[in-house]
Design a protein around this ligand. Structure first.
Ligand code: ZN
Length: 175
C-alpha cells in the first residue's frame, strides 16, 4: 500500500483536510512511503494510487483532473542533477513558465515527472513521481504539495484547459 505522509507526522489526515479547507493560504507537503509495485502505468491510475485519496477532499476523484508540468530525464550525465535542482527550485519559487519549459525525455532513462492535480474543491496540488525506464517497475511518488489558493490560481493561469485530463473516467469503476 502506498501512503503519503505529511511532513508533520503528528498530523492526522482529517485534521490535515480540515486545515486545507479552512485555511486558504496554507501549503502542505508530504513525502511518499511504501511504494506499491504495479506492472502497468496508466498515468491517471498511477496518480490516483500515488495520492491514495485526494489529499484535499479525500473524495473519489470525481471531477478531478491532472496535467503534466515537467519531465526530467535522469541519465548519467552531468546535467541531470542540475535539472532536478532546477525542477525543485522552480516548484519552490513558483516559476511556473520555467517549470513548464522543462521537457526532457529519454526512453532509456528514468524520468522525474511533475504533475499538477486539481481538486473539485478548487485547490491545486503538485505531485512529483519517479518513473523508471525499465518496463515492469512501478512509478514511485516522491513528493506532493498542495498549493496555497492564490499560487494554485497562478498555476492554473499558465495551464491552458486542453492540458487537463480527467483523473478518473466517468464510468463508475472502482477508485
Ligand atoms: Zn479532491
Amino acid at each position: 500500500m502506498q501512503v503519503l505522509i505529511p511532513d508533520d507526522r503528528r498530523g492526522h489526515r482529517d485534521s490535515l483536510r480540515n486545515l486545507i479547507q479552512r485555511e486558504r493560504e496554507v501549503q502542505v507537503s508530504g513525502i511518499a512511503e511504501e511504494a506499491e509495485s504495479a506492472p502497468d502505468c496508466a498515468i491517471a491510475r498511477e496518480l490516483r494510487r500515488a495520492l491514495d485519496g485526494c489529499p484535499v477532499c479525500d473524495g473519489s476523484y470525481r471531477d478531478h483532473s491532472y496535467a503534466i508540468l515537467a519531465t526530467v530525464a535522469i541519465a548519467e550525465q552531468w546535467q541531470s542533477p542540475l535539472r532536478v535542482k532546477q525542477y525543485y527550485d522552480c516548484l519552490q519559487e513558483r516559476r511556473w513558465q520555467e517549470l513548464l519549459s522543462i521537457r526532457e525525455w529519454d526512453d532509456a532513462a528514468d524520468a522525474l515527472v511533475g504533475f499538477a492535480f486539481r481538486c473539485s474543491m478548487g485547490r491545486v496540488g503538485i505531485v512529483t513521481i519517479l518513473s523508471p525506464a525499465k518496463p515492469g517497475l512501478p512509478d514511485t511518488p516522491l513528493h506532493y504539495t498542495i498549493l496555497p489558493e492564490e499560487e494554485g490560481n497562478s498555476l492554473l493561469a499558465v495551464l491552458p484547459p486542453e492540458k487537463w485530463r480527467p483523473l478518473r473516467s466517468v464510468a463508475p469503476a472502482s477508485l
